[in-house]
Design a binder for this molecule. Structure first.
Ligand SMILES: Cc1cc2nc3c(=O)[nH]c(=O)nc-3n(C[C@H](O)[C@H](O)[C@H](O)COP(=O)(O)OP(=O)(O)OC[C@H]3O[C@@H](n4cnc5c(N)ncnc54)[C@H](O)[C@@H]3O)c2cc1C
Length: 381
């Protein structure tokens, strides 16, 4: 297919990698239009850095103005409608027709699904929320802090555990840990179900630090006026500080497109194809059978890039998506662990765990630095 119009919706982990990969493979002729409504990309884990005052928003923003790849045209527009049958995308500024359409719009937050959450204004999964909590945290000196998950699936399953451990460090540094309790409410039975070793290490870290783990429960609502979290079994947990993980769903424009089922876009896990011809969906917006994390969006993007090139150049589709990825897990005390998970190669997901260490702190930094360099031509922070 000569001069194919490839339209990629969303310049997050998946969209950035896909556009970069296509640019490398097809050069000036790539014919890629990449659309995002934001003016900058931010790594998910940077929200923890912002919340705990380890970095400012300016330090973690990677402006799309620096994303400059041959054959890729970036458009700063808000997508308002997607017609997957016609492969037509409407934005606030116009209409884009595609020969190949890739939906990589991520997962959005459904604040209304948890009554009281918006009113309490205390979640750390959006940048606005992380910034707001950065200003609230210094005022917390005694009482109970709850890190509370409001629904599954949610992005980066280890992140709530990381938040609890980093909160422990933060309060210890300020000399008020002894006057504070920390509880972690999580809808899973263990912190990271696919990796029993990672879960065991996290549970041991919670015990060592006196962090209460409340498994198999989610926060169903908040009574913000009385500072009480109500769990899905009706139990009431009073709090003085709430660090919430909102319920997720696909962005509204995706739900309204007719592509979604049960909140996300179903795809063939091996190829990321949707049921619409020449329309792919990858990353957090899709139901792939892997967790919602950047490393998985990125891996899926590489498979889609190969598939598009094979389609355009008439070759065979070679690799199938394997659902493998490595996640770094902040344990606090200047240490990071690593879990390597494999979701699709075998009959059931498997994970291997590397004990937290200082070396893995450097490796995590390198993970971020390599993406900054690859996508944004940036050096170290
Ligand atoms: C606290 C926290 C910690 C995390 N830690 C890690 C980690 O250590 N490792 C890891 O791999 N992952 C981590 N994640 C998860 C990771 O950030 C996401 O899973 C990843 O960004 C998903 O990539 P994606 O490309 O699917 O979607 P996203 O990166 O979310 O990109 C979607 C893009 O679509 C755009 N968009 C959406 N709607 C519209 C619209 N209507 N019009 C135009 N543009 C639109 C958005 O602006 C966004 O840029 C973390 C997440 C959080 C919240």
């Amino acid at each position: 297919m000569a001069d194919a119009r490839i339209v990629v919706l969303g310049a997050g982990f998946g969209g950035l990698e896909l556009a970069t990969d296509l640019s490398e493979r097809l050069g000036n002729d790539a014919g890629v239009t990449l659309i995002d409504e934001n003016d900058a990309f931010v790594f998910g884990y940077s929200k923890l850095d912002v919340m705990f005052g380890r970095a400012t928003l300016d330090e973690v923003r990677l402006p799309y103005a620096d994303f400059d790849k041959p054959g890729v045209h970036f458009l700063s527009e808000t997508i308002t409608a997607i017609d997957p049958e016609a492969r037509r995308v409407t934005t606030n500024l116009g209409v884009h027709e595609a020969d190949i359409l890739v939906v990589a719009l991520g997962a959005d937050y459904d604040f209304d699904a948890t009554p009281g959450l918006a009113e309490a204004g205390s979640e750390f999964y959006s940048l606005t929320g992380a910034e707001r909590l950065r200003d609230v945290l210094p005022t917390f000196t005694r009482g109970r802090a709850i890190v509370g998950v409001c629904g599954a699936p949610f992005k980066c399953p280890p992140a709530p555990s990381e938040a609890a451990l980093l909160l422990h460090d933060y309060l210890s540094r300020r000399g008020v840990r002894g006057d504070c309790e920390i509880s972690l409410v999580m809808p899973f039975g263990t912190p990271v179900p696919p990796s029993p070793d990672t879960s065991a290490a996290l549970l041991a870290a919670f015990t060592e630090r006196g962090i209460e783990f409340v498994p198999g429960r989610r926060v169903a609502s908040l009574d913000a006026a009385h500072s009480v979290a109500v769990l899905d079994d009706g139990a009431e947990l009073p709090y003085d500080l709430f660090l919430g993980v909102p319920k997720h769903r696909a962005p509204r424009v995706v739900l309204e497109s007719g592509m979604a089922e049960d909140g996300y876009v179903p795809v063939d896990s091996r190829t990321l194809e949707t049921r619409f011809p020449n329309v792919y969906a990858l990353g957090d917006v899709a139901t792939v059978g892997v967790p919602k994390a950047g490393v998985f969006s990125e891996g899926a993007a590489r498979v889609v890039a190969m598939s598009i090139v094979a389609h355009l150049q008439g070759g065979e589709q070679s690799a199938a998506y394997d659902g493998r990825g490595a996640c770094y897990v902040e344990f606090g005390a200047g240490r990071v662990g690593r879990v390597d998970v494999d979701f699709l190669s075998g009959p059931k997901p498997t994970g291997t765990f590397q004990e937290p260490s200082g070396d893995l702190v450097a490796e995590k930094q390198q993970f971020g630095a390599s993406r900054r360099a690859r996508w944004f031509n940036r050096g170290a922070l």
